[in-house]
Design a protein around this ligand. Sequence first.
Ligand code: ADP
Ligand code: I22
Length: 475
Amino acid sequence: MAGSEVAGGPAPACVLGIDLGTTSVKAALLVRGKQGQVVAESCSRETQAHTSSLEAGPQGMEQNVQKIIKALNECLAALPQQQLQRVSHIGISGQMHGIVFWKKDKGCKWTECDTGSTFEPEEVSHLITWQDGRCSPTFLSSLPLPQSHISLATGFGCATVYWYLKKSPDFLKSYDAAGTIHDYVVAMLCDLKKPLMSVQNAASWGYFNCRSKSWNTDILKKSGFPVHLLPEVGDPGSIAGKTICAWHGIPKGTKVGIALGDFQCSVYFCLTERTDAVLNISTSAQLTVSMPPGFQPPETLDPSSAVTYFPYFDGDYLAVAASLNGGNVLATFVDMVARWTEELGLQVEKSAIYTKIIEAALAHNNSKLSIHPTIFGERHVPGQLASVTNIAVSDLTLGHVTRALCHGIVENLCSMLPVQHLMEMGVRRILGSGSALARNEVLRQEVARIFPFPVVYGKDVDAAVGAAMVMFHRK
Ligand SMILES: Nc1ncnc2c1ncn2[C@@H]1O[C@H](COP(=O)(O)OP(=O)(O)O)[C@@H](O)[C@H]1O
Ligand SMILES: O=C(CO)[C@@H](O)[C@H](O)[C@H](O)[C@H](O)COP(=O)(O)O
């Protein structure tokens, strides 16, 4: 879709796209060119936001919102002022499922900076992310049955709220608003009195009926769920509000789109044909195919299915195998190598470890070592963790292990939405996206080896560009 003409009147001259990912924040400036929109500038910053959970202990997976916003501010400060001053629309996407709580009238503090104004979080909780593991299968099965075609899982916003309600109710009393991290940013930029959420993100929280586009309010109310914390819901592509300050030089009054799901934006960035499947590997990994227009997901739940149907745009759906084990498996491996090295009295930068292990694996493309890499479990089989088999003495090098890990990540994703199934759906090409793929030649080799389709790659700021494109294409 990149480079295509804009339907329905003149397109904006300059759009800012932002993606608040699990590992990094990305920003991209799209400008109108002769043949459609082009990426003029882009920028990415790791958030380093991981933080421990006071309430949930080691099962918790939380991020410090101050650090996420700091990375966002750094990204914007790195973009050229001249272009930012021309921005008329902002599109924002981010990591789905997660939840952040804040106090409506104290969500942030605006301050002057060199280039206008910027905001910092004020009375805001940690972000409890999609990787959070505090809701055990037993806990989840004690909750009311949702009226939704998407099975509830740990890390889903509504499950997290139930957890606080039952284990730490005082926590909830400190806040009167909630949203995903990207809903929070939209609410702060536009000073929304009630947070607004797209159906894409609402579906990712659980207890949301995609057909009626409404929360399961009756079911939730009956069990004492604090329904006042549920955002209002709107259509992806709609405008949530206008900026209340000249944010990093972007004019006050700039239109801000309702926040979107990151994987839908990655798909929007690259999907052109119904015969394409999109393979995204960032912190997590997804393999996605678009469903025909008019498709409606089955009303009955199948918790053992690895494929879920997620709302896309204009009432369409994506069939997605969403793996919890993507680039984060490699990041954990790199982390482990760094710690072992440190324990042995040496210090090596993580970026140097990535370079070395990728180089080493490129030299070994015939390892028999087999790694099933699901260290984070999968939503449809949470208890099935990682395993290593076929360990031969000759295959114990860093190169063999890295190769086997990369193979295992792609193979695991492929087992969730098998090649045969893709063929039956008419898939003829794979579009690769996400920076874990863009930066890792071994992963790309394994994709080529496992999928019997041609593979085409994008760049590593895909979701940010996709979010901006949605604003470009608004009718
Ligand atoms: N120096 C590097 N070389 C190759 N891959 C890297 C490097 N640093 C991080 N990665 C991979 O990129 C992943 C994070 O990608 P990113 O696009 O930042 O994620 P997200 O969109 O989820 O924020 C990590 O989990 C890791 O697998
Ligand atoms: O779980 C799903 C969809 O169900 C995920 O794919 C979803 O897109 C989440 O946003 C991601 O897990 C987080 O995205 P990323 O930071 O790994 O890019």
